[in-house]
Write a protein that binds this ligand. Structure first.
Ligand code: GLA
Length: 571
């Protein structure tokens, strides 16, 4: 038996050392027509990248500063690394109110030349884009004029000024949140269309707990409260964000808040070390989070600049497949975890190993854990931008420092495509995201621990085979155009004791093939069980989705009873 590769990461050093490796020769990958997929068009095909003034400067902004930062983003290689948006946050407007025509106006002390002049500088001098901040209520979080009742006028003002991106906050608001965000969305669409050269706004929802409609309203939506420049805050935001992974995708991203990497002016600044900032960046990248820098690009130093401009880690974030990496393994004490996401190439996975504990630790993953077939694979350290060789079946990174990560790309072999009549719970999925702990095979979703469900039971019918999920959830299988049909019984599991409400959907290659409508756990009031079927002829990827249905995520234990695909022999 071959030894797994072992990688040493000496504490606080970026250098990595390969100390043992039991295999040679990489896996060729599974050659079929599943990859690569084309980039989905739109204003946020991949997670937005840029800079925002709030974390470092709060109210201390003005036009000279914003323009100097845009210039620095070009000079320091940030534009070249992919950062596009220069976003002015709260306090930019005239706090005393709107002008005589009701229009928002910039603070004359901070922006004497006006926002249009800043937009011009950012566009023409730097080739970057400008973002601005607003609020759905009567006032912003900082007490500046809000857009309630002025949505159309404000969207037109932003368009006239040449603004490309709006972060829209949720303070001082009493009206229906969904309606107000949708009103601004419609106003932005209309205002963008009226621009001389129409380009859609990126719409950033600075509101949380509204994920169902966020997906169709904004290009990114906050999943957490305000981030702080502390490790605990960074980690807490990551933990909160992971439950919503199923919602993320091209043009709609979960936003665990802006980066704290290199911030010096937060009340807690200087408590986060270099190892932790690297982890912050790597974890935002594996989770396909927006990369909005919060530091001062004018004074960025070597280490911080290296973290923020590392093109291989950025490529992990920006991968065109647009899947949010999920936590595929967690140690019993929650300190160690493995995060993975499929990349847009056959056999390729991004992997981040996290040691959130206080002591040095080894972290191991196996190939099936990250959705690959067992056997041989190669591994690359994305932070060091260095190939680490080949390994068989499992890989260990040794001595990961406290709060440290290993950021890897693994290239191996995709699992076999299904053939004949296949139970989905017997296959290795390409990707699984779940609202509460892992998707379970042949049991209902219990709570957050793996394997803590009960036998699947839908409307009193037991199922030996199946998948247990909690909304929102998404599971993807590769079919290689070799399958003809899908069938499953679906419903809220009896484990929910009459509670919960969900919607089951079957998608293939971006097209919805079946939709259960709302199914509830309340037996009797709603049949609670349905059979979903779909024609899979010629399809490459099957995606099973479970969404919340209006009443939040409470007890949304969604079970698929006997989900099967019927396929021809394996290609
Ligand atoms: C809220 C947001 C922050 C920032 C401030 C500005 O707290 O979450 O990101 O925009 O408002 O007042």
């Amino acid at each position: 038996m071959r030894l797994p590769c072992r990688l040493l990461i000496p504490s606080l050093l970026l250098t990595t050392t390969l100390v043992a490796c039991g295999s040679s020769g990489g896996a060729p990958g599974d050659v079929d027509d599943d990859f690569p997929l084309a980039l989905v068009p739109g204003p946020a095909s991949t997670p937005p990248m840029g800079w925002n003034s709030w974390n470092e400067f709060q109210g201390g902004i003005n036009e000279t500063l914003i323009e100097a930062i845009a210039d620095a983003m070009v000079a320091n290689g940030m534009k070249d690394a992919g950062y596009q948006y220069v976003n002015i946050d709260d306090t930019w407007s005239n706090k005393t109110g709107r002008d005589a025509n009701g229009a928002l106006q910039p603070d004359p002390g901070k922006f004497p030349a006006g926002i249009a002049a800043v937009a011009d500088h950012v566009h023409v001098t730097d080739g970057l884009k400008l973002g601005i901040y607003g609020d759905r209520g009567t006032q912003t979080c900082g007490g500046y004029p809000g857009s309630q009742g002025y949505e159309t006028q404000d969207a037109n003002t932003f368009a006239t000024w040449g603004v490309d991106y709006l972060k829209y906050d949720n303070c001082n608001a009493s009206l229906n949140v969904e309606t107000q965000y949708q009103t601004m969305q419609a106003a932005l669409v209309q205002a963008a269309a009226a621009k001389p050269s129409p380009t859609p706004f990126v719409f950033s929802l600075c509101a949380w707990q509204f994920y169902q409609w966020g997906v169709t309203t904004g290009n990114l939506w906050r999943t957490t409260g305000d981030i702080k420049d502390t490790w605990d805050s960074i980690f807490a935001n990551l933990m909160n964000d992971r439950s919503y992974a199923a919602y993320a995708g091209p043009n709609g991203w979960n936003d665990p808040d802006m980066l704290e990497v290199g911030v010096t002016d937060d009340e807690f600044s200087y408590s986060v070390n270099h190892t932790e900032y690297q982890s912050h960046f790597s974890l935002w990248a594996i989770t396909a989070s927006p990369l909005i820098m919060g530091n001062d690009p004018r004074t960025v130093t070597g280490d911080i600049k290296n973290i923020l401009t590392n093109k291989e880690v950025i490529a992990l974030d920006q991968d065109a497949l647009g899947l949010q990496g999920t936590e595929v393994w967690e140690s019993g004490d929650g300190n160690l975890s493995v995060w993975a996401k499929p990349l847009n190439a056959a056999g390729a996975r991004g992997v981040v190993l996290l040691n959130a504990g206080a002591a040095l630790a080894d972290v191991t993953f196996t190939l099936p854990l990250i959705g690959l077939a067992g056997g041989s694979a190669t591994v690359r350290d994305l932070v060091a931008q260095m190939d680490l060789g080949a390994f068989d079946d499992s890989y260990t990174v040794a001595a990961i420092p406290s709060h440290g990560t290993a950021t890897l790309k693994v290239t191996g072999t995709e699992p076999p495509h299904p053939s004949g009549t296949a139970d989905l719970s017997d296959l290795t999925w390409t990707y699984a995201a779940n609202g509460l702990g892992p998707v379970e095979k042949d049991m209902s979703n219990g709570f957050s621990a793996a394997g803590d469900g009960a036998p699947i039971s839908i409307a009193s019918t037991p199922y030996a085979k199946g998948l247990g999920m909690a909304a929102p959830a998404a599971v993807i299988y590769r079919l290689n155009k070799a399958c003809t049909s899908f069938t499953a019984d679906v419903g809220v599991d009896d484990a929910a004791s009459g509670q919960g409400s969900v919607v089951f959907q079957v998608w293939a290659d971006g097209v919805k093939l079946a939709d259960s409508g709302t199914l509830t756990g309340s037996n009797g009031m709603n049949p609670g069980k349905q059979t979903l079927t779909a024609d899979l002829t010629g399809k490459r990827r099957l995606k099973l989705v479970v969404n919340n249905a209006g009443d939040g995520a409470s007890w949304d234990r969604a079970s698929w009873g006997n989900p099967q695909v019927i396929c021809t022999a394996k290609k």
